[in-house]
Each structure stands twice: as structure tokens, then as C-alpha cells.
Write a protein that binds this ligand. Structure first.
Ligand code: ZN
Length: 102
């Protein structure tokens, strides 16, 4: 069983003012370490909520059948992820097989 705050608090309250000061400094350094860890964790920093869509697309070649606009002539369906990055909607191509973004 990990020790909870309920058990820690009475023990801390009994410490001398000097020890409480040292504890406070130590806690601040621990909090700073935590902040640093969250910043360097690339996964946490890059993790942006994504919306996934399965879409038929046109390749853009004038001569291709897909230009007809009929779904049966179009390419795909392919998976795309949409993310809101800095207030802009950004689409990312995933492929025929669905895969979640990292
Ligand atoms: Zn095409």
C-alpha cells in the first residue's frame, strides 16, 4: 500500500519549522523535475486529438476516371486523420489500412 497524504500530513505537521522549510524546498525541486519530464516527453507533447475519416479521393490527373466524381471511379477509400494544430485543421494521409497516429 503506498502512503497517502492522509498518513503523511500528521507526520509533516510534527516536523520542526526548520525541517518543514527543507521539506518545502525539496518538494519544489521534485515539482520542477516533474515539469521537466512532461516537457521532454515527446509523446505527451505531440499528442493532439485526431479525428479519423475513411474517404474516397481524386488523384488530380485530368485524364483519370476519378475526375468523374463518381465514388466508384475514385481512389480509395483511404484513411485520413484530421487534427487541429495551432487553430488550423491539418489532414494527414494514413493509407488503406487504418493506423492510429503516434
Ligand atoms: Zn485518379
Amino acid at each position: 500500500m503506498p502512503i497517502g497524504l492522509t498518513q503523511l500530513k500528521p507526520a509533516i505537521a510534527k516536523l520542526s519549522p526548520n525541517k518543514k522549510q527543507r521539506l518545502l524546498k525539496w518538494l519544489q525541486s521534485e515539482i520542477e523535475k516533474d515539469d521537466l519530464n512532461t516537457e521532454v516527453s515527446p509523446k505527451a507533447a505531440r499528442k493532439v486529438k485526431a479525428t479519423y475519416r475513411h474517404e474516397y479521393v481524386r488523384c488530380g490527373k485530368d485524364t483519370c476516371d476519378c475526375m468523374s466524381g463518381n465514388v466508384e471511379d475514385m481512389h480509395g477509400p483511404y484513411w485520413y486523420a484530421y487534427q487541429l494544430i495551432d487553430g488550423r485543421l491539418v489532414s494527414k494521409y494514413i493509407g488503406k489500412k487504418f493506423k492510429e497516429l503516434d
